[in-house]
Design a binder for this molecule. Structure first.
Ligand SMILES: Cc1cc2nc3c(=O)[nH]c(=O)nc-3n(C[C@H](O)[C@H](O)[C@H](O)COP(=O)(O)O)c2cc1C
Length: 138
């Protein structure tokens, strides 16, 4: 596919802690079929406080989904870490890989984001690592 685009961003969850985990599960449940029908794949990481999400697919599809996400009141301080053309998909088999809140990744995500706009390659690797690790447990 030659029109492959990606979007990597970080944001802060503004849902009350008590039901954030459940609310994020609902978001993922709705996102999976929507991403699938748009030809979009990706992964979502939730630390309990922050989101890091990577989406990839046809430019127009990524754009539509991005607009919905940017307008979503359940998070704020959305920072784009990377956006643009990509050579190949990373999360080919995942409409939206997600594995629940993880305190383990929280420290690493915070460390990356606090070090300026983070090391993008490192952040994508962290997402991949997390997805692979979770997939292995199933
Ligand atoms: C952290 C986060 C990640 C999201 N990821 C996706 C996604 O990958 N795909 C999607 O279609 N919606 C996603 N959403 C939901 C959209 O922001 C929004 O709910 C949707 O575009 C519009 O939904 P509606 O049709 O229910 O108004 C996400 C929301 C949040 C807060």
């Amino acid at each position: 596919m030659n029109d492959l685009h990606g979007w990597l961003y970080a944001s802060e969850c503004i849902l009350p802690q008590a039901w954030a985990a459940k609310a994020v599960e609902d978001i993922v449940a709705k996102s999976v079929p929507r991403n699938a029908s748009a030809g979009v794949t990706g992964a979502l990481l939730f630390t309990g406080a922050r989101f890091v999400q990577f989406l990839e697919g046809p430019g127009a599809s990524v754009d539509t989904i991005r607009r919905g996400i940017l307008a979503d009141q359940r998070h704020d301080r959305i920072v784009t870490l990377q956006a643009g053309p990509r050579i190949e998909r990373i999360f080919r088999q995942w409409s939206l890989a997600y594995a629940g809140p993880s305190l383990f990744v929280a420290d690493r995500v915070d460390a990356l984001l606090d070090a300026g706009l983070g090391d993008i390659a490192e952040m994508i690797m962290l997402l991949e690592e997390f997805v692979i690790e979770q997939a292995g447990k199933r």
